[in-house]
Write a protein of this length. Sequence first.
Lengths: 338, 190
Amino acid sequence: MKPEFELFDRREFFGVVTKTAAILGLAGAARASTEGAGTANPFAYDVSRFQKTDPKLIAYEEVTRWAAPHKEARRLAIGPDDQLYVCAGNYISRLSRSGQTGLELALAGPACCVAAAADGTIFAGLRDHIEVYDAKGGRTARWESPDPKTWFTGLATDGKDVFAADAVKLAVLRYDRNGKIAGRIGQKNAERNVPGLIVPSPFLDVMIHRDGLLRVNNPGRHQVEAYTFDGDLEAVWGKASAATAGFCGCCNPIALAMLSDGRIVTCEKGIPRVKIYSAAGEFESVVAGAESFPENAHACNDLNDCIHGGLDAAVDADGRIYILDIVTSQVRVMQRKA
Amino acid sequence: MDPTPQSNGPVTRRQFLRNGARLLTMTGLGVAAGALATRSTAAAWVWQIDPAKCLHCGNCATQCVLEQSAVKCVHAYAVCGYCQLCTGFFAPEPNELTTAAENQLCPTAAIQRAYIEDPYYQYSIDEQLCIGCAKCVEGCNRFGNGSLFLQIRHDRCLNCNECAIARSCPGEAVRRVPADRPYLLKTTSR
């Protein structure tokens, strides 16, 4: 007769207990990992792939960096002899290429933008007006505000004309050297086929290109526009996209600079990055990607509509690109990789 | 004047019963009033999301006891920039700025895009389609001015005693608000 029960000996008993415990443990671990995966947001808005730049696209490396002479840095420009002009707080500081402060202008209000002519004349953009200083820092003129709402955010000069970008009135004002307004560029005008500047946040820039045309960023349209000094729109380029070759967010690019061969350096906020395009607008390379500016990237997550984030750039005669990080008030010197 | 207090006389059976009846009546009235007050207080409060605390985590779409969440996206038109490239509407890398499905961020195509004038567009929420996932809210807050935000819609909410979304909200953004002011609307950016 076959026995109904077969008794375990001690060794078999411990073997069965060990196997059971192992199976239960594995099942528990599997469930825990499944639960962990379940906590991931299936609706996540993922732009992480744009916050890390493909190393193959980065053509520049940082040589050095220094702090801006004052806090709340906003803009920088290159003047004669490759001297740097930095707007920070209520000051405009003239720095050597190594970052040593020379001249310093103390203004009555925040310095919003600056341009320097070949003869050393400094044009200082305050929020609603422009002040003119000689090379030694003596004020020679104060050009009255063209409009109570004016907010100058960009300046450029060829020595004869001064172009001032007004981010609120959505125009680039053309001044003569005496401060008289000679024209308004970029304002919507169907007859001249000018679609108009769209500037959701106060970042409107203007630059004089070596081809004799102005370059103006149109951040709301994610484009760079080329105008004659008389305001005729000659060319437009730029694509809206968070991808590296495009301009991201609601309003980019925010600042422009030019390399000696005419290629254009663009700066963006939101996904803070500095890139180079050909004069015709073909994406070429990245100077510094979002991973280089973690504080700046974080600035757009705060409750400030990214107004306090952003970058600016200027290029010296040797092709070195100076990047101003508005959030950290640091200037980085970038040099093309060998 | 006699400084010693006067002692009470013995309580009669009638007085004892009368006092007892009064005590019971008062106690009963108190309990009833308390119950009524509690019930009316519960009805006077409803659940709502504080947009300033919302982390756009996606839990609102999945944690509500309703099959389709009571949470919907709401649009503050006064705050909106009417952007051509709305980061709440478009996927981060759209092929082009059109309403083609592959360009849209919303998993249920619940945002309608209408041309206003060059280059402005109006964005409105189709609440029948919105599942409250906050994907558009994150996009709008990250690169825009935060005009898209989530609210619990009280025509759908069951006003559970313990809100399942509130229990799982990592930002502790879901709280009780007075029923006569049931929405926490945005009036300024962010």
